[in-house]
Write a protein that binds this ligand. Structure first.
Ligand code: BGC
Length: 766
């Protein structure tokens, strides 16, 4: 650690060339050192669910070897735990591994919103909902950083597909940007202060994220108060000088001096003030010295990989989502005869491809765990290929034969590695047809069938009615098999819930028409209606809704209480609800809170997810869960004022078992300051004038225009109903008073009103 003065002193002794050189990496993973000027280097590493520390040949797509490490469950599963403490604990565990391996910054968490089920990196990302992504990643960052290791929340921002990821422009409204895409980053930046933020490859509304001043400086630093360093995604820099001015501190990896030269040229040409480079070096060296303190004392942090494997197993069990359990077929009794079908029972698919790919120190399959626990009445057939989509009749026959003989058949199926990875998107949402065929044949003969799924993103499930149970295991990390054992045989109850909607088919997804866009443009035409926000608004059937997940136990929710029934927009609202385990076994349950805006002329989703907590309950036990809601829980982003706003009115606080299963709700009335226009004029409509009580009063003073005073014909009188009359009044511009009042209202009345009304709103604003 060095003081501000010491760092400034060091910078004052560096040449322009040396300072420019610090603005980019030295190698693939190291920052630059200047040993004779006392500047050390630090090592950064992928992440985020295990260490991908490469010591020899380097790459950013996880192809060359990295050190042996522990692979924890992928982001998709971690979000499904709905357990902030658990994700924080995983962060702490990883932080310890980083310390032991002299890693200064781990490159994660990855929090981009799942706009389409097709995005190749969905397995790394957390959710379709920004609140869930934001809360979960806040815990992870706090966990890692509690070990004095930095994080790099990524990919900032609006990077929701892999197709043309280096060039595509994500084009979206300010409202969608703020409410959906930036919100996943905003919470963690404000509440967990990540040491670094990694900017994304793509453009946002036409400007590269790496040189986007609005995103990197105006919003990230000025609005959210970010004090750390922005690191480029690997190779994301286009114009280095522009990027530096926009707020990009560190270019990664090295550009072999080419972009450093560009900075020097820009200074020499007078296009870049050297002070900007000095300030940047100050910011970077603060990070380097701070982190460097830990390097070299890794002995203190020796960790036991086997112990971390067991932690990974415990965590994985909580990531699984039980989607169906007809006749309570799960959990299985250990005495049953069990047919196990599918290669993933033996060689599980437990992680995704690309930069998140870990070189695991060991892998535990379901069959390994069964063997270790002496489950004896087990037969196994591969059934289909784990890597390709070629149907093999012999393999299928073997599977059918063992299924016929067994009490229950477990099928381990899902997506092969090549189906989902960084660098490309999926083309469809289907599982390999060879797997579907085997599932179909096996289900015809099996007495009971259970399917365990290994996939990183939603799939279509044509077998949903054929199987008795579905356990979504996502990509559960290296200990996935042990965790499957724990859940399938009931040592633990499943408690995961979906952090994303499973649509019935790809075409139902709101981004369908605009994914992956056209040439270099992808228009986010669905706007704020991402995931359940869209399916709910359109009242569409889905395969499994956001927030859904079954348990082996049952829970009763009651006693929903609000601290107040009336609040103003700046007051906090405390919500409590009791949850009781009315089943026969200990189990965890995620309690979900949604906010519904009942009456508003603002276009809004039906409900939005605004609170969650996970509780562990013994049979018969009751716990009270408390939520604190604030202005942001009720707000939308208003582009007129470029700020968050809460429309006055009634809101419902809903407690749900999922977004489609609301079990309790209570109303609260919120009063807020209306958003007023800059001024009123002849064309302002009545509805907008009546939004403010004071303007309404003022209107009454000058203009008595409440209905149509014109002489009406009989036909007119007959066809005019109340709603028609009221609406035509409400939507009429002020100037229409001239003729609707049959000459009673004159310009002088309107002018007098406008003068006073405009004075009122300008007084209010100043
Ligand atoms: C990925 C990042 C990763 C980096 C380094 C990039 O291609 O987008 O997520 O951290 O490579 O491997």
């Amino acid at each position: 650690m060095k003081s501000t003065e010491e760092i400034k002193e060091i910078i004052s002794k560096l040449t322009l060339e040396e300072k420019a050189s610090l603005c980019s990496g030295d190698t693939f993973w190291f920052t630059k050192a200047i040993p004779d000027k006392n500047v050390p280097k630090i090592f950064v590493s992928d992440g985020p669910v295990g260490l991908r520390k490469q010591e020899n040949v380097e790459d950013n797509l996880g192809m060359n070897e990295s050190i042996k490490a522990v692979c924890f469950p992928a982001g998709v599963g971690m979000a499904a735990t709905f357990n902030k403490e658990l994700y924080g604990f995983m962060g702490e565990t990883l932080g310890e591994e980083c310390r032991a391996e002299n890693v200064a910054v781990i490159l994660g968490p990855a929090v981009n919103i799942k706009r389409s089920p097709l995005c190749g990196r969905n397995f790394e990302y957390l959710s379709e909902d920004p609140f869930l992504a934001s809360e979960m990643s806040t815990s992870y960052i706090k966990g890692v950083q509690s070990k004095h290791v930095g994080t790099s929340i990524k990919h900032f921002a609006v990077n929701n597909m892999e197709t043309r990821r280096f060039s595509a422009s994500s084009n979206l409204s300010e409202r969608a940007l703020r409410e959906i895409y930036l919100a996943a980053f905003e919470g963690p930046v404000k509440n967990a202060a990540p040491w670094t933020v990694m900017c994304s490859y793509n453009k946002i509304n036409g400007e590269f994220a790496s040189q986007n001043k609005k995103i990197l400086t105006d919003i990230l630093r000025d609005e959210w108060g970010f004090k750390g360093n922005v690191v480029s995604d690997w190779g994301a820099v286009s114009d280095r000088a522009k990027a530096l001015k926009a707020g990009l501190n560190l270019e990664m990896p090295t550009s072999y001096g080419e972009n450093d030269k560009k900075l020097i040229e820009a200074v020499k040409k007078g296009e870049l003030d050297e002070k900007v480079i000095d300030e940047n070096c100050f910011s970077l060296l603060k990070l380097v010295y701070d982190a460097y303190d830990n390097i070299g004392n890794s002995d203190e942090f020796k960790f036991d990989r086997d112990l971390h494997h067991n932690i990974a197993r415990d965590i994985a069990a909580e990531t699984f989502v039980l989607l169906k359990n007809e006749g309570n077929v799960l959990p299985l009794s250990k005495d049953l005869s069990i047919a196990v079908v599918g290669p993933y029972a033996q060689n599980p698919r437990f992680q995704g491809g690309g930069s998140a790919h870990i070189n695991c120190h060991k892998i535990e399959s379901f069959l390994d765990a069964c063997k270790e626990n002496r489950i004896e009445k087990i037969t196994y057939a591969q059934g289909f290929s784990p890597v390709s989509d070629v149907y093999d009749e012999k393999l299928c026959e073997e599977a059918v034969n063992i299924a016929k003989e067994a009490d229950v058949t477990l099928i381990f199926a899902g997506l092969p590695d090549i189906f989902e990875s960084e660098a490309y998107d999926r083309k469809h949402m289907q599982m390999p047809s060879c797997q579907l065929k085997v599932i179909n044949e096996v289900c015809k003969v099996a007495k009971k069938s259970v399917i365990a799924l290994h996939n990183g993103s939603p799939i279509e499930m044509p077998f949903v009615d054929e199987v008795d149970a579905i356990l979504e295991c996502y990509l559960g990390g290296q200990a996935v098999g042990g965790a499957q054992y724990d859940i399938i045989f009931g040592d633990k109850s499943p408690s995961g819930k979906l952090a994303e909607t499973f649509p019935l088919k790809l075409e139902d997804n709101p981004s369908y028409l605009n994914f992956p866009g056209c040439r270099n443009d992808v228009n986010y035409a669905e706007d704020i209606f991402v995931g359940y926000r869209y399916y709910d608004k359109k009242k569409m059937n889905v395969l499994f809704p956001f927030g859904f997940g079954l348990s082996y136990s049952e829970f009763k929710y009651d006693n929903l209480k609000l601290s107040k029934e009336e609040i103003n927009e700046n007051e906090e609202l405390t919500v409590t609800v009791d949850i009781t385990n009315i089943g026969k076994r200990e189990a965890k349950e995620a309690v979900e809170l949604y906010v519904k805006n009942c009456e508003s002329d603002i276009i809004r989703p039906i409900r939005e997810f605004k609170g969650f907590d996970k509780v562990n309950l013994l049979p018969g036990e009751t716990k009270t869960v408390t939520f604190k809601l604030n202005k942001r829980s009720f707000a939308y982003f208003d582009e007129r004022i470029m700020d968050w706003a809460v429309p006055s009115g009634t809101y419902e606080i809903e407690i749900g078992k999922s977004s489609r299963d609301i079990v309790l709700s209570r109303k609260v009335n919120i009063t807020s300051t209306p958003i007023l226009p800059d001024s009123y004029d002849y064309d302002t409509i009545m509805q907008h004038l009546l939004e403010d009580k004071r303007i309404e009063e003022c209107l009454g003073k000058y203009i008595n225009f409440t209905k149509d005073d014109r002489e009406k014909s009989d036909v007119e009188k007959e066809s005019m109903n109340e709603e028609m009359e009221y609406s035509s009044f409400l939507f009429s511009p002020l100037r229409s008073g001239l003729y609707f009042s049959a000459g009673k209202i004159r310009y002088k009345d309107i002018d007098a009103f406008l003068e006073e009304a405009n004075r009122i709103i300008s007084d209010k604003k100043s």
